[in-house]
Design a protein around this ligand. Structure first.
Ligand SMILES: N[C@@H](CCC(=O)N[C@@H](CS)C(=O)NCC(=O)O)C(=O)O
Length: 215
């Protein structure tokens, strides 16, 4: 039995997709961000960074969403959400997961918390505008990759696709929506019909209609 400390549509979403896709036994524990529970002393014992998510596996706490995803994929290799060890696809998997987490997700964090990145309130709109461009650059690179195959790594779904769907959802509000890129838009519409994505988003109270209505 796993415990996932989560908040709807936060960085816990990708691990939640994986737990559901693999049909694992898990308990969802809400970390109430509205009351800053991620900074409570009990939560900090599990995750000293005070961020969401944390996964507890048999008493062992793991934080950082991509690390949780890799752990789940490696614990349950039969689900093939990570390519086999020693293959070029495995290298691509790590490359894209790192890119998503370290570049796109990092840029999104600055975009949504701009006040943490300037000491002059007047410049906040400039930070947001600059981030919108940086996020669009990142989405362009992903769109190009998706011209080569059905999924991010070839023709089989992996944990990277679930991770990308999470970040694409967060990107809907930026100046250039992910749905305006032709390969990425079609891919996201296809993923929005995936049964794990539909079920988990429903559980987390998320609306997928923008993806579903993509033409
Ligand atoms: N690198 C971390 C980032 C996690 C993160 O920033 N989570 C946000 C929610 S999406 C959070 O906990 N924010 C609360 C805060 O910064 O206090 C990961 O990928 O797990």
């Amino acid at each position: 039995m796993y415990q996932l400390y989560y908040y709807p549509n936060n960085a816990s979403l990708a691990p939640h997709f994986l737990l559901h896709h693999m049909g694992l036994d898990y308990e969802l524990i809400l970390v109430d961000k509205s009351s800053n529970s991620q900074k409570s002393s009990d939560y900090l014992k599990l995750n000293p960074a005070g961020r969401i998510p944390t996964l507890v596996d048999d008493g062992h706490a793991i934080f950082e969403s991509p690390a949780i995803c890799i752990h789940l994929c490696e614990q349950h290799p039969g689900h093939q959400l990570i390519p086999e060890l020693g293959t070029p696809e495995r290298a691509s998997f790590f490359q894209w997961l790192a890119y998503l987490n370290n570049t796109l997700q990092a840029e999104l964090m600055v975009r949504y918390y701009p006040h943490r990145h300037t000491n002059d309130e007047k410049t906040i709109p400039n930070v947001v505008a600059a981030q919108d461009e940086r996020i669009a650059d990142s989405l362009r690179i992903i769109d190009e990759q998706l011209s080569k195959g059905k999924y991010l790594i070839g023709d089989k779904i992996t944990a990277c696709d679930y991770f990308l769907f999470m970040l694409a959802e967060w990107s809907l509000l930026i100046e250039k929506s992910p749905l305006t890129f032709s390969n990425l838009g079609a891919y996201l519409k296809h993923l929005a019909a995936n049964k794990t994505i539909k079920s988990v988003c429903k559980m987390e109270g998320m609306d997928l209609s923008l993806f579903e209505s993509y033409e």
